[in-house]
Ligand binder design. Structure first.
Ligand code: HEC
Length: 112
């Protein structure tokens, strides 16, 4: 009887695990490196609100990549009522900012 229980629980666990894993946004390694290097991850997560909005939520705003780059340099706190203002991140080179922007926008396709 006990063995049966353990087997049932093990089956449930195996079924539940891939489903949970799919809900999490996996950050590609090159992007994760940039987000770490520029400290974006201190305030942002791909799929959850931290101090700043989740990147999946930024993706829902349907900005162009160029608009996101410009918001990284000149944030507009009015776009995110209820959040503290983000400080301008002018230390991010444009080509890196563009990579991050393209990745943020790529999240919209998977989550809409
Ligand atoms: C100190 C915390 C903090 C850091 C570090 C930070 N952010 Fe933010 N970010 C915020 C907050 C808070 C908001 C929402 C308020 C705002 O836009 O000012 C935000 C908003 C944004 C938005 C949405 C802009 C809009 O108007 O819709 C983008 C895109 C963004 N951040 C990207 C980045 C990137 C990329 C980095 C790293 C280079 C970064 N952030 C670093 C806190 C931060």
């Amino acid at each position: 009887m006990k063995a049966m229980m353990i087997l049932t629980l093990a089956c449930l666990w195996f079924m539940a695990t891939p489903a949970l894993a799919q809900q999490q946004v996996k950050i590609p390694e090159d992007i994760s490196k940039l987000l770490t290097q520029y400290a974006c991850l201190a305030c942002h997560k791909a799929d959850a609100k931290v101090i700043g909005p989740a990147y999946v939520d930024v993706a829902k705003k349907k900005y162009t990549n160029a608009q996101i780059v410009s918001l990284i340099y000149n944030p507009k706190p009015a776009n995110w009522p209820g959040y503290p203002p983000m400080s301008p991140m002018k230390n991010v080179p444009e080509k890196d900012a563009l990579k991050i922007a393209a990745w943020i926008n790529s999240l919209a396709k998977k989550h809409s």
